[in-house]
Design a protein. Structure first.
Length: 242
């Protein structure tokens, strides 16, 4: 009976010590001295998340040894481990912007576009200018005399066709391959430090994950926490294959 009582007391003491170490951590995320809003702050250990406000600030419950993840589509993924030193201070997180590659640039300026006519068009305009007072015949209207006899309707159609040919159909942006999505989302050292993969196993592991139909769901709805959970699950399956 005494042993059971001591075990119960020890258990509650342990639970109390854990609850006492949990703290509401305040921090700020910035890049080049500018605050970053809507950055996703994830407590990977406790499975909690929040986002930064307009001033780049956030509050999240943490304990010592928790792992915090900071994710934004246009910045490199960042990770900080909570220690006994930084849990009692305001956390400052500096994120580095990803370089953006421009695949195609289209510049349209219809206001300054020159209208080019062929020699045949110019010759016909000159001939019309020397016509007698025949006027321009339009069905349903009285005969109208146009100065110099220029066929403005035909000329207008030619200009309209030039602008019409410039219109391009909207094309859907190509979907990012799953392997590239993972590389853009997690740090390069994630595969070795977190997943414990050997340097030569990274590409083979990504192909193994890409073959899983669930990877297509992550392509349609990318989420850093879901991607990382998926990678951890696939790592266990990958080890069994070896």
């Amino acid at each position: 009976m005494r042993v059971k009582l001591l075990t119960t007391i020890s258990f509650f003491t342990y639970q109390l010590s854990i609850s006492q170490t949990e703290k509401l951590l305040h921090g700020k995320v910035f890049s080049q001295n500018l605050p970053l809003k809507n950055v996703e702050v994830i407590n990977k250990t406790a499975k909690k998340s929040t986002r930064t406000n307009e001033a780049g600030e956030f509050d999240i419950a943490v304990s010592i040894n928790d792992s915090l993840l900071f994710f934004s589509k246009v910045y490199f993924f960042s990770r900080i481990k909570i220690t006994s030193e930084n849990i009692h201070t305001d956390l400052l997180v500096n994120m580095i912007a990803k370089p953006e590659e421009l695949k195609e640039v289209v510049v349209l300026n219809k206001e300054t576009k020159a209208v080019w006519l062929t020699k045949e068009d110019i010759r016909e305009i000159k001939l019309n200018a020397h016509k007698s007072k025949e006027g321009l015949q339009i069905a349903g209207y009285k005969e109208a005399n146009i100065p110099n006899g220029i066929d403005f309707i035909r000329l207008g159609k030619q200009i309209h066709n030039l602008f019409k040919n410039e219109e391009t159909a909207k094309t859907e942006s190509p979907k990012i391959p799953f392997t590239q999505l993972v590389k853009n989302t997690v740090n390069p050292d994630f595969f070795e430090k977190d997943l414990k993969l050997k340097p030569g196993e990274k590409e083979l592991f990504l192909q193994f994950c890409d073959a899983d139909p669930r990877s297509k769901t992550l392509q349609d709805n990318p989420n850093i926490l879901a991607i990382m959970d998926f990678l951890y699950v696939k790592k266990e399956e990958f080890k069994k294959l070896k």
